[in-house]
Design a protein around this ligand. Structure first.
Ligand code: PMP
Length: 393
């Protein structure tokens, strides 16, 4: 850490939860999961501003707002989500229904239900995503062996003359690429846009996205994955109603405590941008987040070049309407491909005591491997050290 100058967001960390000594030469650096704790030091600085108080008699009801179609969503949550998108300019919120979920993972299940055929006699609808796809989609689709929907796999290979649901994750997890639908079968298709990473710390905000079904998550926006808050913008009221029915039967709504907390964090972010003149630049969340991701990526690229084991995905530069600058992408994950002669990236890195997620989980071969860029500062520094010291066998 000492090589990084004091104004750097990397040195901003005084993360005491994982002491540097955790990393003895025998211990693993775990960059397998996408736990977004990297922004913790930012929130630590603002901990007092983010305090909320919930009294004993407050938020007891199942209902949040009986006048809203999404009856379990509390008004401060709805207002905060709309205010955030309005500030960032990443989505057209007008003429859409807002559906809240316990993480976007719950809304994914709700959407599979809502977009499936309603006649029980119909065949299960086919669910596809272009490879490499987010590794949880497959298991989340097939866990209940539903008669309504079934996982098929690679959207690029889909050639059935049957209805389908295509998942488009943009920027994509695992490889950070910007994506559009790829199915070319002529059959009737519905598209779910998973925009978990369409936030300014990861990618330039190039336009306001406007699709029939769009998923967002608080987890990757602010880093508060533990609150389990996700939301969907949906054009068709019938789809929105079916999703709300699913959330009703699955969890009778979403925790009011989580909603109040999430609304507060979003309010703190938006207040910062609204009062630009009086906010210190390292107190602007997305500015901080982008600087952190940029510094991590620069350091990581250096380590990968030194190691001569992997190649990295290349990203375009585009104009960001939010930051008002030309910018590269700084994805939440690095997607590595082994150079000639190495067949399995995950097991290669396992020998270096780096735990990662191999390509097969994402529908591609074992030459690829995903590495989280959003873990703790100590983990990240140790990851770069181990990679740059690695000598090819
Ligand atoms: N979609 C994508 C592409 C993700 O990467 C994740 C989190 N890893 C999710 C959805 C799920 O997010 P949540 O925490 O809101 O359930």
């Amino acid at each position: 850490v000492s090589t990084i100058n004091d104004s750097s967001p990397l040195s901003f960390s005084n993360d005491t939860t994982i002491p540097a000594s955790t990393f003895s030469s025998n211990s693993f650096v775990n960059v397998e999961k996408g736990d977004p704790v990297a922004f913790g030091p930012y929130w630590e600085k603002l901990r007092d501003e983010c305090m909320i108080e919930i009294k004993g008699d407050e938020w007891m009801s199942y209902f949040g707002d009986a006048n809203n179609l999404c009856w379990y969503m509390v008004p401060p949550m709805r207002d905060a989500i709309l205010r955030l998108h309005n500030a960032v300019g990443n989505v057209v919120t007008k003429d859409k229904f807002l559906v809240l979920g316990t993480g976007s993972s719950q809304l994914y299940q709700a959407l599979l239900y809502a977009l499936s055929p309603s006649e029980p006699s119909d065949r299960p609808i086919n669910v596809v995503a272009a490879t490499p796809y987010y590794s949880e989609y497959k298991d989340a689709t097939d866990i209940l062996q539903s008669r309504l929907f079934q996982w098929i796999g690679d959207a690029a290979l889909y050639d059935k003359d049957e209805p389908y649901i295509e998942l488009v994750t943009s920027p994509n997890n695992p490889d950070g690429t910007l994506r559009a639908p790829v199915v070319n079968s002529g059959a009737e298709g519905k598209v779910i846009y998973d925009l978990a990473y369409y936030w300014p710390q990861y990618t330039p905000i190039t336009y306001e996205v406007d699709h029939d079904v769009m998923l967002f998550t608080f987890s990757k926006c602010t880093g508060h994955a533990g609150s389990r808050i996700g939301w969907a913008f949906v054009k068709d009221i019938e789809v929105a109603k079916k999703m709300i029915r699913f959330v009703h039967l699955n969890s009778i709504g979403v925790s009011k405590e989580s909603q109040i907390r999430a609304a507060k964090m979003i309010e703190v972010i938006c207040d910062g941008y609204q009062n630009l003149k009086s906010t210190k630049s390292d107190h602007l969340f997305f500015d901080y987040g982008k600087r952190l991701m940029k510094e991590r990526w620069e350091k990581f690229k250096g380590a990968i070049e030194q190691s001569k084991i992997f190649t990295l995905t290349k990203y375009p530069t585009s104009y960001c309407h939010f930051n008002k600058d030309l910018s590269e992408q700084y994805p939440a994950f690095a997607w590595l491909k082994c150079m000639e002669g190495i067949e399995n990236g995950e097991s290669y890195l396992e020998k270096l005591k780096i735990r990662t997620r191999g390509g097969e989980r994402f529908g591609v071969d074992a030459k690829y491997v995903r590495v989280s860029m959003i873990g703790t500062n100590d983990e990240f520094i140790e990851l770069c050290t181990r990679l740059s010291n690695a000598k090819r066998e």
